[in-house]
Design a protein around this ligand. Structure first.
Ligand code: ATP
Ligand code: MG
Ligand code: ZN
Length: 484
């Protein structure tokens, strides 16, 4: 293979090719190949120097002295929750997120909080001038925070500068796409440059013990743009998410070598910056549309924390040949399964209906425990019967239509009671774990059929809405009767 080979590099996944082609065979993307002069891949693959004689090193046993990874809390509790208790010294973290979602804001707040604990913290912006960053700091009320600031893009210059004096505890690089290194000839912004710059910064982090956070831009389909390879190089990948129209922001970890990946951090974007939300349930339920059909409150668990959130369903006769199925914030295949079980075991015919399901507040639910709440919301919308406003739902639905138990029943019930809910609809088999001291009245269900029957009995057919106001205020006596 000649040295000139492998100079077309896919900007999506980093695969290298000898000649241009329309489609990248590695990741399947179109028109992502760009010629990149002397790419790193070419140098690795090329014939290069004669082989060097290996140097011997000592092999170590698995047993031996270990220390807990030394951590440096940032002082932003929701961020520390997601990283697993603070930044591990010498680790590198990649933070992705849509344009304008608040990445720079979050990291400037973290850098300031850490700086105020007396440690050295640095914020290097490759996108904004120092004056712009200062303006943001002023708006956030952080003007006097001891953060070392620079607008720089040369990785060598940044490392040389920060290597002087005491090691910074935290270095923010905003963003990795703007960085470039002398060691590589490719143009700034190309995958090769991004990868090379990340490599150099990772080496510096490991050598110095500083924690480094790289900001990464996200493409329209939610991938961290270009350097998928960087995701493999770093110790943790966090993503900052939110819906444009709403003020909630959710920080999630996609990969974490030193901590869990199921914790979320919740923030609210305000004029004074990001405010930490330590009780997300209150936020997600703050705009509830009480008494309207098609909504059910799901008592979920995110990481170690119970989170209550509203599921909203709309089931309406379709005007198209193929009915629509749309879901936001939940797994579409899970929805298909719940619909299939409703149809097969409960006689709920939905093939002539469009179905929409939305998780309020921009949360994304991964738990199968949401099945029961989703089913309740769907049936409630179909029969036009509001569910009791003070009820929470959780439980997994099996293909046979049985309601299966889920983990952490008592944590879910405790959170519901704390937020003023009065009843819980939960799997029959969880009754034992729930105990009697939850403060909630329990409505255990063994199968989906009985739940559907209960909800349907409350319903008024669509088009005959005169009774619906009375329905809304009626005490859901049927639920009480079921309990005995
Ligand atoms: N004066 C203000 N009052 C309230 N919110 C503001 C104000 N100025 C900016 N914001 C919020 O901050 C957001 C921008 O945050 P930030 O610059 O941290 O985002 P980013 O993710 O770093 O964006 P980019 O991808 O462009 O770097 C805006 O979308 C807006 O919601
Ligand atoms: Mg920014
Ligand atoms: Zn590719």
């Amino acid at each position: 293979m000649s040295r000139r080979a492998l100079t077309f590099v896919c900007q999506n996944c980093g695969a290298a090719y000898g000649r241009w082609q329309g489609k990248c065979e590695a990741c399947g993307e179109w028109n992502t190949l760009v010629e990149e002069g002397d790419s790193a891949a070419a140098r690795i693959a090329g014939p290069g120097r004669p082989p060097r004689k290996g140097r011997k090193f000592a092999l170590e046993p698995l047993t031996g002295q270990t220390h807990d990874a030394p951590r440096q809390p940032s002082g932003v509790a929701e961020l520390d929750r997601v990283t697993g208790g603070g930044f591990v010294r010498g680790s590198v973290l990649l933070l992705g997120g849509d344009p304008g979602i608040g990445k720079s804001t979050l990291l400037l707040q973290a850098a300031a909080a850490l700086g105020r604990t007396g440690h050295r913290s640095a914020y290097i912006s490759g996108e904004e001038a120092v004056a712009q960053v200062r303006l943001r700091a002023e708006r956030l009320g952080l003007r006097d925070a001891p953060v070392e600031l620079a607008a720089e893009t040369s990785v060598e210059d940044i490392i040389a500068t920060l290597a002087e004096g005491p090691t910074p505890r935290l270095i923010i690089i905003d963003s990795i796409q703007t960085m470039w290194t002398d060691a590589i000839e490719a143009a700034p912004g190309t995958v090769t440059q991004v990868r090379g710059s990340a490599q150099a910064l990772i080496r510096f982090a490991k050598r110095s013990g500083a924690a480094v956070i790289l900001v990464g831009h996200v493409t329209k389909d939610g991938q961290i743009a270009g350097p998928r390879v960087v995701e493999h190089m770093v110790d943790a990948v966090l993503s900052f998410e939110g819906e444009g129209s709403q003020h909630f922001r959710i920080l999630r970890s996609m990969k974490n070598r030193f901590g869990p990946t199921d914790e979320i951090g919740v923030f609210e974007m305000t004029g004074l910056g990001l405010r930490e939300v330590s009780n997300p349930s209150e936020l997600f339920l703050s705009e509830r549309d009480l008494g309207s059909p098609g909504t059910a409150v799901f008592a979920g668990i995110e990481g170690t924390r119970p989170v209550l959130v509203e599921l909203q369903a709309l089931v309406a006769p379709t005007s198209l040949g193929t009915p629509r199925r749309a879901v936001v914030g939940w797994d579409p295949s899970r929805l298909s399964m719940v619909l299939a079980v409703l149809e097969a075991h409960c006689g709920v015919k939905l093939s002539g209906h469009d179905v929409y399901l939305n998780v309020a507040g921009g949360l994304r639910i991964q738990e199968p425990a949401a099945d029961l709440a989703a089913a309740a919301a769907l049936v409630s919308s179909l029969v036009n019967a509001p569910l009791p406003a003070d009820a929470v739902y959780f439980g997994e639905i099996s293909l046979s239509g049985a309601i299966r138990p889920v983990a952490q029943t008592s944590a879910r019930l405790k959170e519901a009671a704390k937020l003023g809910f009065g009843r819980a609809v939960l799997p029959e088999s969880a009754r034992g774990e729930a105990g009697s001291d939850s403060g909630l009245s329990l409505n255990p269900v063994g199968g989906l059929t009985s739940l559907v029957a209960e909800i349907a009995a409350r319903g008024t057919p669509r088009g005959n809405r005169d009774n619906s106001a009375a329905e809304k205020n009626a005490t859901p006596a049927r639920f009480r009767r079921q309990e005995g």
